[in-house]
Design a protein. Structure first.
Length: 343
């Protein structure tokens, strides 16, 4: 029994460590100087209702990623990650490619393509997500998930404060900007006590070729850890003037362009508990309003999940997603089983 408790504690600490690593630009860290090869596989099976009353049933790869990363004396690190899943539009493609000067804990400088410093869930590594899919509000309002630019980041007050400030294209991943302006994207987290982290995100910039296409993003987040219990919540608000886009998040949904401004918002709350059997039940509720000027159009998803950690590198996730669409609900619930191995 004592060995089981120790094992559970180690797994829980490892999951939290992975979350903290994800608060940087990359999803993994180099273990030594020189070239490190890293990656992960996420094969899955998905059963989903379809709006015509039928269903879909398929084996897929959510992610199949391979990369090289490492440290160069002195104070330089590099990170390159490619996604090979053919189930994502445009695969294979370069996901991350950046160089970081990291001599000081209080000031790192990165340049290249990396995650936008917006949102708690967006900056949680894909292999450390507590549910199979990210929330729709994060995919929509924090997109593009990855962007080209330069970022300053660091830790203050013994890592109680973490900050990220980036100037980025704010355009499709891997493409040149459409305009001369750059978008400001930022995130700040603060831990007044070890068990609690609160934070916020802010972004403002111009998108597309027209000068009146601007977007503003505001977000707030909270994370509470009590022993093996973890609670997370996040709210995002976005205002777009002129033209705007939807899609393009981590789920691989193609970007769609729309004419006219819009204000959107949403949130998620999730709770989980790591048991002594390395099984972690998860309950998550999310809501997304695609246009606050329209009544009764909020999309909600209630996820019943279970994570089973076979060891530090392998886990199995089971999710049932009950989906509802305001006054116009359609049959589109999902059941997903995903296996994961990290190497």
């Amino acid at each position: 029994m004592r060995k089981n408790k120790i094992r559970v504690a180690l797994l829980f600490v490892a999951s939290l460590f992975a979350l903290q690593v994800a608060n940087g630009q990359g999803c993994m860290e180099a273990s030594s100087e020189g070239v490190n090869i890293a990656g992960y596989l996420q094969p899955q099976w998905e059963y989903a209702q379809t709006t015509d009353g039928g269903n879909s049933n398929s084996f897929t790869f959510n992610r199949a990623r391979l990369g090289v990363l490492g440290n160069i004396p002195y104070d330089i690190s590099y990170y390159l990650m490619v996604d090979f899943s053919r189930f994502k539009p445009g695969s294979p493609y370069v996901l991350d490619a950046f160089i970081t000067y990291n001599r000081f804990d209080w000031l790192n400088a990165s340049v290249g393509q990396f995650k936008s410093p917006l949102s708690l869930e967006q900056n949680t590594a894909c292999q450390s997500l507590h549910t199979v899919y990210r929330s729709k509000v994060v995919n929509e309002l924090a997109a593009p998930q990855r962007d080209l630019g330069v970022m300053l980041s660091g830790k203050l007050m013994d890592a109680r404060i973490n900050y990220y400030i980036a100037f980025m294209n704010d355009y499709k991943m891997g493409f040149k900007d459409e305009n001369k302006e750059k978008s400001l994207k930022s995130r700040l987290t603060f831990s007044p006590i070890e068990q609690l982290q609160v934070g916020g995100s802010f972004a403002y910039g111009m998108t597309g070729p027209e000068s009146d296409n601007t977007k503003t993003r505001l977000g707030g987040e909270l994370q509470l850890t009590l022993g093996n219990f973890l609670l997370q919540g996040e709210y995002l608000w976005g205002d777009d003037t002129g033209d705007y886009t939807t899609g393009g998040g981590c789920d691989g949904t193609p970007i769609e362009y729309h004419t006219g401004g819009v204000t959107r918002n949403g949130y998620f709350v999730q709770a989980m508990y790591m048991t002594e059997w390395s099984i972690q039940p998860v309950l998550k509720y999310e809501a997304y309003d695609s246009d606050v000027s329209i009544d009764n159009n909020t999309e909600t998803v209630l996820t019943y999940g279970m994570n089973y950690f076979m060891n530090d590198w392998t886990r199995l996730q089971l999710n049932y997603r009950y989906r509802a669409e305001g006054d116009d609900e359609v049959p589109n619930d999902q059941f997903v089983i995903q296996a994961q191995v990290i190497f």
